[in-house]
Structure formats: structure tokens, C-alpha cells
Ligand binder design. Sequence first.
Ligand code: NAD
Length: 250
Amino acid sequence: MSRTTSEGLKAVVTGGGSGIGLAAATALAERGMKVACLDLNPPGEPFIGIKADVTDDAGVRAAVAEAAERLGGIDVLVNNAGIGAQGTIEDNPDSEWHKVFDVNVLGMVRVARAALPYLRRSEHASIVNTCSIAATAGLPQRALYSATKGAVLSLTLAMAADHIREGIRVNCVNPGTADTPWVARLLDAAGDPEAERAALNARQPMGRLVTAEEVASAIAYLAGPEAGATTGTTLAVDGGMQGLRLRPAN
Ligand SMILES: NC(=O)c1ccc[n+]([C@@H]2O[C@H](COP(=O)([O-])OP(=O)(O)OC[C@H]3O[C@@H](n4cnc5c(N)ncnc54)[C@H](O)[C@@H]3O)[C@@H](O)[C@H]2O)c1
């Protein structure tokens, strides 16, 4: 009989100290999971906060082992830690390309690689990667960031194929612009933050930013047993940005 509740599952969330990751950790805990958050700035109670940098392979292995030890295993991995980059391909030096790929793509690889031995022992194993609308729509001034998220999308499909026979599901969420500390920092840096916010709102057919909690609910769904037949999918949480083409309002 397959499991029908998330109660008691053990989850690791990277980037769980802020924004979408913190909201995802909260959503998983609300569904009865025990949650460890790996972050440069990890949160405290009710989570198990573990300081980790996803670019450091030895540090990731140690942090994942510590999480498994303190949780009593790992059933769910939410690969969410990520950083941004702005500009066209002319704007970012090679060092920045290496850095952003190192966090956004290799970071997910390192954490998943370290977690796989534990996931294989789980009766309900699931990985959810935080991808982005930038993987599926061409956004201006986001060449490097979009390239990393395109890689995350392809990686999600490849991992889903590799691990399906081990009983490990792999999916991703594609948020549109979400109202998180990250976006607050972008707005603060803009010449006219109010105009910038209005432009971001207007870019989404719903006319508003996505909330971190809305993305977190999608992550919790994909992570949990209700999605037991779902693998290799992307779930857009983007206010209609990917799929819809509206006529102007007037
Ligand atoms: N906010 C958006 O509009 C949006 C849209 C689509 C996708 N995303 C994706 O959602 C994810 C979370 O973004 P957010 O908006 O919540 O950002 P955020 O900046 O609020 O949170 C990101 C967290 O990741 C952690 N982190 C960064 N680098 C790390 C590293 N090397 N090792 C460990 N932890 C690290 C940070 O400390 C932070 O706590 C990212 O993968 C981002 O690409 C965000």
C-alpha cells in the first residue's frame, strides 16, 4: 500500500534560510515533515539549521551526512539554493559564469549526489529542484542566469530518468518573479524601485508577483506522496507568464 501522507518524512532544503527555501521548509513542516535547512545563513528552530556552501563538495557531503544523522534518514530533497546574475552575454566575465553555474547547477548536483545513498533507502524518495520561468521564456538581461536554469530543467529530466527505477522521483518548479528578499534587493538597486516593481508586476498576466508561499505549496505537492505518479515534470508557478498570451487590457 503506498503512503498517502507526508507525516514523518525527512526533508533537506537548500537555501532554506530565506525566501522560497524558507517558505518551502515551512510548508513541508506544516505537512508533518522533519526539515533540515542547508544554507550559508541557516535558520533556527523549528528547523535543523546546518551551515553549508553548495559550492564546497566536502562541506556538502558533511552537511548532508549531518542532516541524515539528525533527521534519521532523508526522504525528500529540495534543491533550491541559487543566486542571480544580470546582463547580456557581453556583461559577465568568465569568472562570474563559473561562479553562477557552480552555485545554481553544480550546487544541485553536489547535494543530490550526497543525498542519493539516503534517498535510495527511503520508501518515498523525491527531489524537487527550484528552476525558473527563465528556463522556458527569453527574458532580457538574464543570459547567464537563464542558461543556469535551462541546465536545471534538463538536469531534472535526466535525473528523473536515471533514478526512476530506484524509486526516486525528480521534478522542478518554475516560479515567475517571486516576492522574496532577492527581488527586494533587485528593486532596492533599481533607479526607480516603484517603477521597477510595476514593470515586474505587469510582466505577469496576473498583474502581480508570485508569493514565496505559492511556490512553496507547489514544492510541497511535488515532494509529497500525493505526487507519487509524477516525475520528470516542471510545475510553473508564474502568474500565467509562460503559457498565456493576453490582449492589452484596453
Ligand atoms: N525570487 C524570484 O523571483 C525567483 C524566480 C524564479 C526562481 N527563483 C529561484 O528560487 C531560488 C530561491 O530564490 P529566492 O528568491 O528565495 O532567493 P533568496 O536570496 O531569498 O534565498 C536564497 C537562499 O540561498 C542561499 N544561498 C545562496 N548561495 C548559497 C550557497 N552557495 N550555498 C548555500 N546556500 C546558498 C542564500 O543564503 C539564501 O538563504 C533560487 O534558486 C532562484 O533562482 C527565484
